[in-house]
Design a binder for this molecule. Sequence first.
Ligand code: NDP
Length: 498
Amino acid sequence: MAAARTSYNATSTLELQRNFVAGDYVANTDGATFATCHPGSGRKICDVEIAGQSEVDAAVTAARAAFAGWSATPAAERGEILRRAARLLREQNDELAELETLDTGKAICETSVVDIATGADVVEYYAGIAQSIHGQHVDLPPAAFALLRREPLGVCAGIGAWNYPIQIAMWKSGPALACGNTMVFKPAEHTPLTALRLAEIYAEAGVPPGVFNVVQGAGETGAALVAHPDVAKVTLTGSVPTGKAVMAQAAQDLKKVTLELGGKSPIIVFDDAAMESALNAVLVGNFYSTGQVCSNGTRVFVQDSCYDEFVECLAERTQAIRVGDPFDPKTQMGPLVSKEHLQKVCSYLKAARSSTARHICGGDVLSGGAYGDGYFVSPAVFADCDDDMEFVREEVFGPLLAVLRFGNEDEVIQRANSTDFGLAGAVFTRDFSRAHRVANQLQAGIVWINDYNVTPPEVPFGGYKQSGVGRENGLQAIEHYTQVKTVYANLGDVDRTY
Ligand code: NDP
């Protein structure tokens, strides 16, 4: 009989949450906790125990102990377990979506169809290819050959951001576990809840104790994990400064790193584009998840001849976005994740308003009444922006869309590339040759032609320049969760040299 489904709403509270180590919840030694809150009201959901050095040690020890057995488990069996996990995740989609909305404040219309589903897709994708992860044979006549064995790395540390907590945990653990590694995962402090449910689901699916562990806490817990000598690889989703700190720490003992960092991606709209389609993409590429998406296209370059009409339509459509209670199925945009983040976004909105950019709409803090003490802000559009304005150069990670006017192709490519970021980009045009010319020249890890923010598991995702190191998803991720051992076999005798 299926277990009763738990429902969560804006007033839900949970019991004390603990770290998940070696297949079970464990109490920490010093009793230190932090509180996690619902961004729609600021109300506390529960306390969460912090993993200090001894809990991090215990989690890494458990992951190290589990590695021998898991890496030797037949790939077909690993795949079958991960497939079961994907099925359980989909069965529990609605409950997990509500929990994610409670913890992140993201609108339920998003979490119920995207966050869990796109994570489960990735787990299932790697479950399917687990059996095809193998090495190569190199013939070396007349009397030798080499085997290139593809071997797992060992204990991987996964560190997540707060914008897609459970999806990030799955994007990291899916390929890591399929390749035979074990993992200790640390979610962001603002969103600690769903990674624990993922650990429970993995256990229910048959993932052995110690193969997937969750430690809770802020940057210090993450740093302890990165510094741990028994961790072979670190995979982080976070900001550029954190990425640099993690890479510097990992360099101390040359741990491998995958970094999925921030962006300030361009969307280029030429005057021959399908305008309705471009508009739809620009809106979703700026305001989905309240603008808290790393790959968002927050610099929208629009060609002269269609500029005024485009901005007018953008204003109308942006003002129609329904902001409110994230648990209301009609809500299209929930609050920002935290009070501190609201303050950060507001400082960029203030700078935008006092710049020479034209304020088109939005950017107001929404409080009182239905908004209560939640961290709400209305989606903002600024037009006639300059490339060097602070809010155009820096990642805001909130609902602030900057429109920039351009004249021709060469000019817009040069301006689009004029940034230290390089995560994503898009070009909207009906001209096939131009679409590919522009895509080829954009300095970004992923470029969409006539679409935006589509990330199927089969295609690699990651950044150029300061937006990251390595790739997630696709076959490329396998390269980042394995290492190649060359085994050279001599079929003859060794010649006498001395
Ligand atoms: P942060 O960089 O602040 O944090 C990311 C994670 O790293 C958190 O779990 C954080 O802990 C932890 N952390 C902080 N300091 C350290 C440290 N010294 N060592 C180890 N771990 C540490 O990012 P945010 O959580 O604020 O997320 C937003 C950022 O993530 C944006 O820049 C966004 O672009 C990026 N991002 C990138 C994506 C991509 O795929 N490229 C996808 C999603 C987001 P804690 O928060 O608990 O303090």
